[in-house]
Design a protein around this ligand. Structure first.
Ligand SMILES: [Zn+2]
Length: 306
């Protein structure tokens, strides 16, 4: 099979021509059609749990199936005749247009801005991020396919980048855009964190190479081992001790205070004081709005506006 992965399945329209309202849908179908051509069964989850597609493929348990073999009609391995086994990957798809930089990177790089929040990181090794650029060049689209274990490996290896990726408050709130993922316009390659001196090449995850990554049977046959390593790396990246110790110092006295005997009484007084000041100081419209709004579920606020 010589077709490029991915290839535009829509004969009459370029993927970049879809607009804001139908882009997500069109991109997910684009990805799905491409997986099918490489022998994967593709399913769409009923509800939104952060997974956009579940994909499955029948492969030889001894690794004879190539990443580009279409085994959908087969039951046994064509080399060793063993029964094929089914592997599963859970795919989260992020589609972005490449955007221009300001400053020195302009004309050298374009960036793929994306967000991931702490909830996106499961410790199941079969979990995969797929970053899809619908306008990599005028004609071609690229995907980066990154198994979650490789994601953690990358940021464990490049420690300071991992610290800035995982330790910021924006990551915890899920609203921090990451602009470190770039397309190098002269080498036509994907890189991370370009500076005037260096860039980290991501070829291993691009297109066919990414497809090979997720076809790796280690994710299935050594699931337990991979998962344990994943969990360790996740904890280390999430709770970077340098930043964490500072936070603990601030939070500890507050937590200690809660364990004291007089805490419930103090809390009651504090709440009453707060309520009194709200009643006396807030403008009328705001009070009405609060009374009718989300605070209504707190019993002590029900007669708030009276
Ligand atoms: Zn075989």
């Amino acid at each position: 099979m010589a077709i490029r992965f991915p290839t535009n399945p829509y004969e009459d329209v370029l993927p970049s021509e879809f607009n804001k309202s139908n882009k997500k849908h069109a991109s997910e179908f684009f990805i799905a059609e491409n997986f099918k051509q490489y022998g994967w069964f593709v399913y769409e989850p009923f509800t939104d749990t952060g997974i956009d597609r579940i994909i499955q493929k029948k492969v030889c348990p001894d690794g004879h199936t190539e990443y580009n073999d279409d085994t959908r009609q087969k039951k046994q391995c064509s080399k060793c005749s063993k029964d094929l086994m089914k592997i599963t990957r859970f795919v989260q798809i992020k589609t972005r247009e490449l955007k221009d930089h300001d400053g020195w990177k302009k004309d050298k790089y374009k960036y793929f801005g994306f967000t991931l929040s702490s909830a996106d990181f499961k410790t199941d090794p079969r979990y995969v991020f797929l970053l899809y650029s619908d306008n990599t060049t005028k004609e071609d689209q690229d995907v980066l396919i990154i198994p979650i274990s490789d994601f953690f490996d990358f940021f464990t290896k490049h420690k300071s980048l991992g610290q800035s990726f995982f330790s910021t408050t924006s990551f915890r709130q899920g609203n921090g855009k990451i602009n470190d993922l770039n397309y190098n316009l002269s080498t036509k390659s994907w890189v991370y964190h370009p500076t005037t001196k260096s860039e980290i090449n991501l070829d291993d995850f691009v297109n066919e190479s990414g497809l090979k990554k997720i076809s790796d049977l280690r994710l299935d046959n050594e699931k337990q081992t991979v998962q344990e390593k994943l969990t360790e790396q996740k904890l280390a990246l999430y709770f970077d001790p340098v930043k964490w110790n500072k936070n603990v110092k601030m939070v500890q006295p507050i937590l200690d205070g809660r364990l004291k005997k007089d805490y419930p009484e103090k809390l009651k007084i504090q709440r009453e004081k707060q309520l009194k000041s709200f009643k006396e100081e807030l403008p009328k419209e705001l009070k009405t709005s609060i009374a009718q709004g989300y605070l209504i579920k707190f019993k002590e606020l029900r007669d708030f506006a009276n």
